[in-house]
Design a binder for this molecule. Structure first.
Ligand code: NAD
Length: 476
């Protein structure tokens, strides 16, 4: 294990921190490195630095802020391989996926930089002007989960900075290392205090959301934690954006080409070991093609290499952390105890590391826990349906509403279904396309507000309406 190579970025300085905690590699359960365990005093320093930097950052021309976003993107790209190695070691994902995450974050940064803050001129007459501007809120706390630490962190940093806010970014305690390294490599290009990166154990999240110096919280994580964040934000009426959990469905119509689509349908559920907020977490397959598709998915699953993400050829890594691993194993145990049939998988491996075998269930009942709950792991149930009304009702019968997919060659038919789904995103014949210029957010308990696009940018602003009564000209 390396000796303390990771430091927080606070007010433009790298801060090793008074305390530290250990980060484990999920593929080996061995320590990777120590990360700073931010103390209350260090948090105060980070928030104070962000507050101090705010007025001058907010006053910079937006083009100057755009240039900084591009400079951060340059650094992400130049360091993609190094960051990806760190990400694989703490997160578990295969190295090529980790590198794609870094490069995708850079691309997100650049596209976000093309956005503008609109000014709405309501009246412009000889007597008066009325315009509504969008001005920055202040200090933003960005809180990210462990499934895509860099991608989801950047999804917050890019629009927050572009809008003129300063940021305190906190990655998950399971995956702080790549984000800390990101802070280090942008230190000389971002003005001191504009972006601060802190890491800490479980105590840090509530400290941050409860901190009086924070004006807005942008949170990505579970619905359960999202509720706590909102409660904590209420004390000083902090603005919140919440990107939360999901139980997304893939609805497969009978007209698809099973052989051509099976591989793609497999990956919409199993990419990143199923730890994707918008992964397909339950499949509804029309009964006419159910057997064929189930067989094709099971056969494809047999060809996929599960292993250490640092090894060449690995396609699926371990689950990220022990609590999540235990949760997924618990869902498997429940399915076994209830006597549900597995097409593949189902048994936990004995080897070290949080490895869960690719597991596919054969038509469990609708009220099964594996159908009703967000599994966030490489386990997916396939269910049969016959008519569209029934499948729409089953897909919508959840507290979640993140992103569903529909698979059909009949686009009109698919669109009719899409119009009836209660979710923030619907993808037809595609999945997990998260375009930085399109709004991304959940309905119901999958979130509050959205990220991406101009809507996402405006979530980092408050409105300011300026009314000017023009002096009347006095005639001589
Ligand atoms: P989590 O809610 O456990 O943790 C997320 C973050 O919140 C971490 O940084 C954690 O340290 C912090 N945190 C924990 N308790 C806190 C508290 N009381 N106050 C403030 N912060 C606190 O989520 P996770 O397990 O890291 O991530 C998995 C979940 O995230 C899944 O439910 C997944 O669907 C969801 N997710 C949603 C999206 C989306 O965009 N909608 C994207 C990715 C993941």
């Amino acid at each position: 294990m390396e000796d303390r190579p990771y430091a927080m970025l606070i007010g433009g300085a790298l801060v090793a921190g008074a305390e530290a905690f250990e980060i484990l590699n999920p593929a080996t359960e061995q320590p990777v490195a120590l990360a700073p365990d931010c103390t209350a005093a260090e948090l105060d320093a980070a928030v104070a630095a962000a507050r101090t930097a705010f007025p001058s950052w907010a006053a910079t021309a937006i083009d100057e802020r755009r240039a900084i976003l591009h400079a951060i993107a340059d650094r992400l790209e130049a360091n993609a391989a190094m960051l990806a190695r760190i990400l694989t070691s703490e997160q578990g994902k295969p190295h090529p996926d980790a590198e794609r995450e870094i490069r995708g974050a850079a691309a997100n940064m650049r596209l976000t930089a093309t956005l503008d803050l609109p000014v709405n001129v309501v009246e412009d007459t000889s007597a008066r002007t009325i315009e509504t501007r969008h001005v920055p809120i202040g200090v933003v706390a960005g809180i990210a989960p462990w499934n895509f630490p860099i991608a989801l962190g950047i999804m917050k940093v890019a629009p927050a900075l572009l809008a003129g806010n300063t940021v305190v970014l906190k990655p998950s305690p399971f995956t702080p290392l790549a984000t800390l390294k990101l802070g280090e490599i942008v230190r000389d290009i971002v003005p001191a205090g504009v972006l601060n990166v802190i890491s800490g154990s479980d105590r840090l999240g509530p400290w941050l959301t409860g901190h009086r110096g924070i004006d807005k919280i942008s949170f990505t994580g579970s619905t359960q934690t999202g509720r706590r964040v909102m409660e904590s934000a209420s004390h000083s009426l902090k603005r919140v954006t919440l990107e939360l959990g999901g139980n997304d469905a893939a609805i497969v119509l009978p007209d698809i080409d099973v052989a051509a689509l099976a591989e793609q349908l497999f990956w919409i559920a199993f990419r990143n070991a199923g730890q994707v907020c918008v992964a397909a977490k339950r499949f509804y397959i029309h009964e006419d093609i159910y057997d064929d598709l189930a067989k094709a998915l099971a056969e494809y699953a047999g060809t996929v290499k599960v292993g250490n993400g640092a090894e060449q050829g690995t396609q699926i890594g371990p689950v990220n952390n022990r609590p999540q691993y235990q949760r997924v194993l618990d869902l498997l145990a429940d399915a076994k105890a209830k006597g549900y049939r597995f097409l593949v998988g189902g048994d936990a491996s004995e080897a070290p590391g949080y490895f869960v075998p690719v597991s596919i269930l054969d038509n469990p009942p609708e009220d099964a826990r594996i159908v009703q709950e967000e599994q966030f792991g490489p386990v997916v149930p396939l269910m049969k349906y016959r008519d569209v009304d029934d499948v729409v009702a089953r897909v919508n019968a959840t507290e979640y509403g993140l992103g569903n997919t529909i698979w059909s060659n009949d686009i009109d038919r698919a669109m009719e279904i899409a119009n009836r789904l209660e979710s923030g995103m619907v993808w037809i014949n595609e999945a997990q396309i998260v375009h930085p210029l399109a709004s991304f957010g959940g309905h119901k308990q999958s979130g509050l507000g959205s990220e991406g696009g101009v809507e996402g940018l405006l979530a980092y602003t408050v409105t300011k309406t300026v009314v000017v009564r023009k002096p009347t000209s006095v005639s001589a």
